[in-house]
Design a binder for this molecule. Structure first.
Ligand SMILES: [Zn+2]
Length: 516
């Protein structure tokens, strides 16, 4: 909301995958004094969304204000429409503009740093830096300004945290200790970079995302309470407090940034999703589809564009699981994702397959081999497609864990219902969310029988659909709302600047923090 006589400014600080329940607990305990102050003096909003928002879609949904049927980002490795190939996500392919483009058009200067899955647009009225210190990086650091990038390199050097640690191999104590040191150093270095940019360049809107909270969540969640960690003394190694220490370090950086703000600048601190124990069952879906006869693998067909199983798959099947895990440990994650799906799809008999799985890290992604859309599609659009989706959905919902008798699937989302839009055909057709009641290493039903497999993703934590936002500053009222959505962030920021949110945005601006 533009206040008369003063042109407003806003600093947005993203805490990637920072968990709202930890923020509440540790701000109450005094561990996070800055967030405690912002919460008590500002407007605290619980951001909730249903499980169909994938972790890769969170930041694009926040910065475009549009759902993934419009922006099209659901995973770092996505199917290339019209092919059976998989490609690594390219931020430039985002089907919708970031909201700072609207600020741009109104003459505001923006500085945007490390917003995940975004890229520096050459025509930006300001500075954007991508892939410098974000949690997932798609390239070497990039910027709208070569001069700024050179100066950052000279003053701050490289961001100290490497790409994510292995997901499917146990991580040793030395690696964890090194990661702890790197994350603490990364938070401090990013804070210094932001302070320098804030004080040396003009801006009306500044947005930065700290990725350390995301990396720490996956690597140090519940550390010390899990038997897997008992092989070494995690307490003596400071690993049990690492997650808290990293949240505290980021809180300290927020404090320094907030101290620099003048009276016409408000701050918005936010996270679009949180963390919880890693209970997912996506690895069981291929076997379920196979038993239903919908996914057919292993036949050596040729011609008509259908490939025979390739050597990499044959090699893979000869390797024991622990060998495959240790091999994958030395592959960069992106390459590993690519190889995983290459292996996973190269043996598919497309002439007989009606449904198949796409790469994922939490949700199940099922795509129908649809005629007219897939190169070798065999399922007719319309009734046949619909019946197949219904049948898969029903089957998945009937699966229970044999030990508990409890269903393993929480919800199956039909993409046509939840994410219609121009990017619809890039997406899976069905998105499967889990009940998150315990490890899903087995499932059974009368129709399917029993399928068993441990998850190849050994990380202790994955994402919950709960985030938060706290607004603080002049003109922002104190208060609390429990009904925010990640899609509300973009229209809320534009409304703060007195701009009308574009009609493609799916969320609603929050009126209460501004007293509207
Ligand atoms: Zn994650």
């Amino acid at each position: 909301m533009a206040r008369s006589g003063m042109s407003p400014r806003m600093l947005v600080i993203g805490l990637d995958a920072a968990d709202p329940s930890l923020i509440e607990k540790w701000s109450a305990d005094g561990v996070l004094p800055t967030l405690k102050r912002l919460r008590s003096e500002g407007y605290w909003v619980k951001l909730r969304h249903t499980g169909e928002f994938t972790s890769s879609s969170i930041w694009p949904s926040i910065y475009t204000g549009a759902h993934l049927g419009k922006h099209g980002f659901y995973h770092t490795t996505q199917i290339v429409p019209g092919t059976k190939e998989l490609g690594l996500l390219k931020p430039e392919r985002c089907g919708q503009s970031p909201f700072w483009r609207d600020l741009d058009k109104s003459g505001r200067h923006s500085i945007v740093v490390d917003v995940p899955f975004s890229y520096p647009r050459a025509d930006l009225n300001g500075i954007q830096i991508s892939d410098w210190g974000s949690y997932e990086r798609f390239s070497e650091p990039r910027s709208t300004s070569r001069e700024v990038l050179t100066e950052i390199d000279r003053r701050f050097g490289r961001y100290p945290v490497g790409q994510e640690m292995s997901r499917n191999a146990p991580v040793g104590k030395r690696e964890l200790q090194r990661r702890r040191t790197q994350l603490l150093a990364g938070a401090a270095l990013k804070g210094n970079l932001i302070k320098w940019l804030m004080s040396s360049r003009p801006w009306d809107f500044f947005m930065v995302v700290f990725g350390e909270t995301h990396a720490a969540g996956h690597s140090f969640w519940n550390f010390g309470s899990n038997n897997h960690h008992d092989s070494f003394d995690s307490k003596a190694l400071n690993l049990t407090t690492t997650l808290r220490d990293i949240y505290r370090a980021v809180d300290g950086e927020i404090s320094k940034l907030v101290e620099m703000l003048d009276e016409r600048t408000s701050v918005l601190v936010l996270s679009g999703h949180g963390m919880r124990p890693n209970y997912a069952g996506w690895h069981l879906i291929p076997e379920v589809l196979s038993r239903l006869g919908f996914l057919v693998t292993g036949s050596k067909t040729s011609g008509n564009g259908i490939r025979a199983p390739e050597r990499s798959q044959q090699l893979r099947s000869l390797l024991p699981l622990n060998w495959r895990r240790s091999l994958s440990r030395y592959l960069p994650n992106r390459l590993r994702d690519y190889l995983t799906i290459h292996w996973a799809t190269s043996g598919i008999d497309w002439a007989q397959t009606r449904a198949f799985c796409l790469p994922t890290e939490r949700l199940g992604f099922i795509r129908i081999n649809l005629k007219g859309r897939e190169p070798n599609g065999i399922v007719e659009p319309g009734l046949e497609y619909q019946n197949l989706c219904d049948q898969i959905c029903e089957t998945l919902k009937q699966l229970v864990h044999p030990r508990t008798g409890r269903p393993i699937v929480g919800e199956v989302f039909y993409t046509d219902h939840v994410f219609p839009g121009p990017q619809r055909d890039c997406l899976p057709d069905l998105i499967v969310d889990w009940r998150h009641e315990g490890e899903i290493d087995e499932a059974c039903s009368r129709q399917v029988g029993t399928v068993k497999a441990s998850s190849p993703d050994l990380r202790y934590a994955s994402h919950s659909p709960e985030g938060f936002a706290v607004l603080y500053g002049r003109g922002i009222r104190r208060g609390y709302a429990s009904t925010g959505h990640i899609l509300d962030v973009a229209p809320t920021v534009l409304t703060y600047f007195g701009l009308q949110p574009p009609s493609y945005m799916d969320g609603q601006a929050w009126a209460n923090p501004f007293g509207l």
